[in-house]
Structures are given as C-alpha cells and as structure tokens.
Design a protein around this ligand. Structure first.
Ligand code: FE2
Ligand code: FE2
Length: 205
C-alpha cells in the first residue's frame, strides 16, 4: 500500500493546489438566491473540505516546511486555520435562513482566499525550492492520512452532495478528490505544470 501511494500520489504541493481549487470551485456555485437545501449542502461540503485540508497541512506540510524555513506567513498559517474553524463551527449550527448566514459564509471565504493566496504565492513555491526531493514522499503521506480522515466522514460527504442535488455532479467529483480518488487518476497535467514551473524558476534565478 505504501509503495502504491508513493507511485500514484500527486506531490504534496500539487495536492494542496487541487484542494484549494476544489473549495473555490464549490464556493463559486454558491448563490444567495439558491434554495436552502442547495446552500446547506454547499456550505457543509466546503466546511468539511476545509477542515480536512487544514488538518493535513498542519500535520504534514507545515512541519516539513518549518524544518527548513521560518516566516511570518508560516507562523500565522495555523492561527488562520483556527479562525476558519471558528466560523465553520458557527455555520454548522446556524439555520440557512438566519439573517447572517450568507455573511458568515462570505466571511469564511474571505479568510480562505487570503490564506490560499499566501500559500500559493509564498509557501508552495518555497517548498518547491527548498524541499524538491521530499515533495513526492510528503504527497504519499498526505494521501495516506487523507484516506484515514475522509473515510469515517464519508456519510457527511455523501449527505452534503445529496442536499445539493442540482450540483451533484460537480460535488460528487469534488468529494472523490476529497476522499483521495486522485490516487487512481494520476494528475499528469499538474505534474507537468510543476515541472514547467521549476524549469522557469531555474531559468529565472
Ligand atoms: Fe492552510
Ligand atoms: Fe491550503
């Protein structure tokens, strides 16, 4: 199993980018005028994806990067996750028709977008510069841990998809990614982009 994971897993940085894309794509489906059922399904799905992603980064990615780098962005990454967790806890128990439901979700997504921008423009490139030999092994470790975390929450994942039936196809694809189905479809495009990025960064240095 361990060797299969290391062969099939995207690198840790590409896995993080894929998670970000998934969360932002789900957010872009959110409309104030949608039914309560669709909004509940989308919000629950986004919240679960953020929770699993944040835990994976805190257990695997941040410690690896901290071992070779120190920066304000890296130090504030986990406290920012905690702010997101606070908003997620409020959303979980808030009825969709609460007057501040939309604003609370938008506040969460403002935090997410700011945080994702810092990670994608600073932390991921730093990891690719400083840890090039470890990205594959860290990706395999992240895939293994993802399966552990997503497995017990499969009913939640399925429930959020079912509640937003009109978005079912998109969320079903996202749920598969959340649960680690990328292991079965190696992301050659992402790997090619990564190789091109590192080639251009070498040319630029
Ligand atoms: Fe993060
Ligand atoms: Fe992230």
């Amino acid at each position: 199993m361990a060797s299969m994971l290391s062969q099939l897993s995207p690198s840790v940085t590409n896995q993080i980018r894929m998670d970000h894309t998934h969360v932002l794509t789900a957010f872009h489906q959110y409309e104030i005028g949608s039914s309560a059922r669709v909004k509940r399904g989308l919000v629950d799905h986004v919240c679960l994806a953020i929770e699993i992603h944040a835990q994976l980064e805190e257990e695997i990615f941040y410690p690896a990067l901290r071992a070779v780098a120190d920066s304000e962005i890296l130090r504030k990454a986990t406290p920012e996750h905690d702010e997101m967790r606070g908003l997620i806890a409020r959303l979980r128990y808030m009825p969709v028709d609460d007057p501040v439901f939309n604003d609370t979700f938008f506040a969460l997504m403002r935090h997410v977008m700011h945080h994702v921008a810092d990670e994608e423009t600073l932390l991921l490139p730093a990891a690719e510069r400083l840890l090039p030999e470890q990205l594959g092994a860290l990706g395999a470790e992240m895939s293994r841990r993802r399966l552990e975390l997503a497995g017990p929450r499969a009913p939640e994942i399925a429930g959020s998809v079912a509640r937003s039936l009109s978005l079912g196809a998109m969320l079903a694809a996202g749920s598969a990614a959340l649960a680690g189905a990328h292991l079965l479809t190696r992301h050659r495009t992402a790997d090619r982009l990564s190789a091109a990025r590192s080639r251009s960064s070498r040319l630029g240095s």
